[in-house]
Design a protein around this ligand. Structure first.
Ligand SMILES: Nc1ncnc2c1ncn2[C@@H]1O[C@H](COP(=O)(O)OP(=O)(O)OP(=O)(O)O)[C@@H](O)[C@H]1O
Ligand SMILES: [Mg+2]
Length: 264
């Protein structure tokens, strides 16, 4: 599974003209026969480089399923899905692993290695780690990003000695350390206090604006909605709304918003 979570190194797949994510008529179901359950219905979506898109919607509406499809972690059954210019449908597992190297994943189950320190967990994801003489650089890079996330005092702690929110930040550091082209985050701030949550989104915002990294983030956290360029809402597997934020804030006052947009 390590490869799934390793952050990318190559910038070569990025093109400024193509969307980072392009989804056409995507359907998805779990199970077969009596257990058949369709959870995504005819999804169409384009996300461009440098955009921060927040995906929201009720529990069970298909947000995580959509994120894992975009992350090349599930097989495309019906429809088309292009990531960084590459069609995922029909790709063999080896190719899918290559695609995943350009994606930074942040999931709620953080999957840290418990025998390694915070710094070592982050180092594992760096492109320098495997190279001769690269370890000192990897260690420095790991410590730097942990510092940016407010963990400079904790770099040599192992996960069992870290709080839930601190572990989550180590997982975030690991996803961001190699500056992936695309970041997929599933409720990245859920376990964090206000200040840590803000640090995380500020760092993501900086990466999106300065480095053109595309971010798709599932969140129910109203405190961070302001970083979004766009908010999309999934209800019962259908994309119900798609709001570009400039228009959004100009044309909606908080009381008048569709309550489902902020479903908790
Ligand atoms: N592996 C699976 N097998 C069968 N059904 C599944 C599986 N994973 C999810 N589901 C079902 O698919 C639907 C969508 O689940 P998904 O996890 O994508 O929702 P979600 O929007 O992320 O919800 P939440 O906000 O609670 O995380 C749910 O009805 C769920 O029960
Ligand atoms: Mg989910």
């Amino acid at each position: 599974m390590l490869e799934t979570f390793s952050a990318p190194t190559s910038q070569s797949l990025v093109s400024s003209t193509e969307p980072s994510v392009q989804i056409r008529n995507l359907n998805f179901h779990y199970g077969e026969g009596d257990l058949f359950k369709q959870v995504l219905f005819d999804i169409n979506l384009e996300i461009y480089s440098g955009q921060i898109v927040i995906l929201t919607g009720p529990s069970g509406s298909g947000k995580t399923t959509l994120l894992t499809l975009i992350g090349a972690l599930r097989t495309i059954q019906d429809g088309n899905l292009q990531i960084l210019g590459q069609e995922l449908k029909g790709l063999n597992p080896k190719k899918l692993v290559q695609i995943r190297k350009n994606i930074g994943f942040i999931f709620q189950a953080h999957n840290l290695f418990y025998s390694l320190t915070a710094r070592q967990n982050v180092m594992m994801s760096t492109d320098l780690f495997a190279h001769e003489g690269g370890n000192a650089m990897a260690a420095a890079k790991a410590a730097e990003i942990l510092g940016e996330l407010g963990l400079s005092e904790r770099v040599d702690y192992k996960p069992h000695a870290l709080s839930g929110g601190q572990k989550q930040r180590v997982a975030i550091a690991r996803a961001l350390v190699n500056r992936p082209n695309l970041i997929l985050a599933d409720e990245p701030t859920a376990a964090l206090d206000k200040k840590s949550g803000r640090n995380v989104v500020t760092l993501m915002q900086k990466m999106a604006k300065e480095e053109g990294i595309t971010i798709l983030m599932v969140t129910h956290d109203n405190r961070i909605l302001d970083v979004a360029d766009r908010i999309i809402n999934l209800v019962d597997g259908n994309l119900e709304s798609d709001n570009i934020i400039n228009n959004f804030s100009a044309s909606h006052d908080e009381a008048g918003m569709d309550s489902r947009t902020f479903m908790l």
